[in-house]
Design a protein around this ligand. Structure first.
Ligand SMILES: [Mn+2]
Length: 178
């Protein structure tokens, strides 16, 4: 069982860091997204053993802080330690790379991390696979689905539960992966 103290500390930092942000396309606080990702990870930890549970939960709660807020790697390292800071860094896109190379680069870096970090990426995409916005062209929908298939392919073995949940989401989103 993960430490409630550590999770509360991570939730607080995330709440402050994302305070001004909303879930895209809604008026809801961005912390909702972060919470849903943590709930997906918690569901996997309930039924699958062998993961560093504190690492998984803290990184779930903090996973968008480096990419989307003023929180720095140094702050994460000082507050939560190297493993958490390194996990969140792997989950963050490298902005200096061309956009089309960023996902593959992040997946490669996640694969070098403990499986706890793989869970967070799977959970993030499960939560983000809502019905596509009405204005999205078919090509954009296809590209997003393709990217999700790549995540499933690269990281799915870390969690049978999350792999199954992501697969089910993809089926409702469009067609399955090849
Ligand atoms: Mn996210």
């Amino acid at each position: 069982m993960w430490s409630q103290e550590l999770c509360m500390a991570a939730t607080r930092i995330a709440a402050v860091a994302h305070a001004e942000q909303t879930v895209p396309g809604t008026e809801l606080p961005y912390l909702l997204h972060v919470t849903l990702v943590a709930m997906e990870v918690a569901a996997a930890l309930r039924v699958e053993s062998g993961h560093d549970e504190d690492l998984a939960m803290q990184c779930a709660l903090l996973h968008d802080t480096l990419e989307d807020t003023d929180v720095t790697y140094a702050q994460l390292k000082a507050t939560f330690g190297s493993a958490v800071a390194d996990g969140v860094l792997a989950l963050s896109k490298e902005p200096t790379l061309p956009k089309e190379a960023q996902m593959a680069d992040s997946l490669r870096r996640i694969q070098l991390q403990p499986r706890a970090i793989w869970l967070v990426k799977l959970a993030d995409r499960i939560v983000n696979l809502q019905a596509p916005p009405k204005h999205w062209p078919a090509t954009k929908i296809a590209a997003y689905r393709e990217e999700a298939c790549g995540i499933l392919d690269a990281l799915g073995e870390a969690s049978p539960l999350l792999a199954a949940r992501l697969t089910a989401k993809l089926v409702t989103y469009g067609v399955g992966c090849d």
